[in-house]
Design a protein around this ligand. Structure first.
Ligand SMILES: [Zn+2]
Length: 168
């Protein structure tokens, strides 16, 4: 009897694979990033996505030594998320990098930084706010839409150059 189900499961496998095609087109707005923060009882994880243009001024693969250096410098700085994401002190957070990846579109014209970090807070229940200190260094960055999910529910706010601290 069991054998009769095999062709069906094979079909599902093939179908779900074909759904995973690369998305058509590319939608990002230069100067605007997006940060998702999810907080549960054990951890606070941040997922940041920023058009690369806002960070280094170009998005295609680097062509000159200066451009390669700009990417290397960016990568080095991103090793320490604690210099860009500062929580309220009593939460005792020391952010750790999870991953930092540059994702280019198929045409090689646009690219995003995909950046994930763990806020790594000793007193997670005290986490109330987060300062996003990317704006001072990256002048092309205009705003970051911050969407958070945590004990406070869901919240969506926009951090800007002149108001870069987000409260939960
Ligand atoms: Zn772009």
């Amino acid at each position: 009897m069991k054998l009769r189900y095999l062709p069906l499961s094979f079909l599902i496998l093939v179908t779900s694979h074909s759904v995973a095609q690369p998305k058509h087109g590319h939608a990002h707005e230069h100067g605007k990033g997006r940060l998702e923060i999810s907080v549960d009882a054990n951890q606070a994880i941040g997922k940041l996505k920023i058009p690369l243009e806002a960070l280094v001024g170009f998005e295609r693969a680097p062509k000159t030594e200066a451009e390669s250096n700009a990417i290397n410098t960016l990568n080095q700085k991103l090793q320490n998320p604690g210099s860009y994401f500062v929580a309220n002190k009593d939460a005792e957070c020391s952010p750790k990098l999870i991953s930092s990846t540059i994702v280019r579109d198929q045409a090689g014209k646009h690219a995003d930084l995909d950046y994930q970090f763990d806020l790594n807070c000793a007193k997670l229940a005290s986490l109330k706010q987060l300062s996003i200190d990317l704006f001072a260094e990256y002048k092309r960055l205009k705003e970051i839409r911050v969407e958070s999910v945590g004990p406070w529910g869901q919240k969506s706010v926009t951090a800007k150059r002149d108001s870069s601290t987000v409260r939960f």
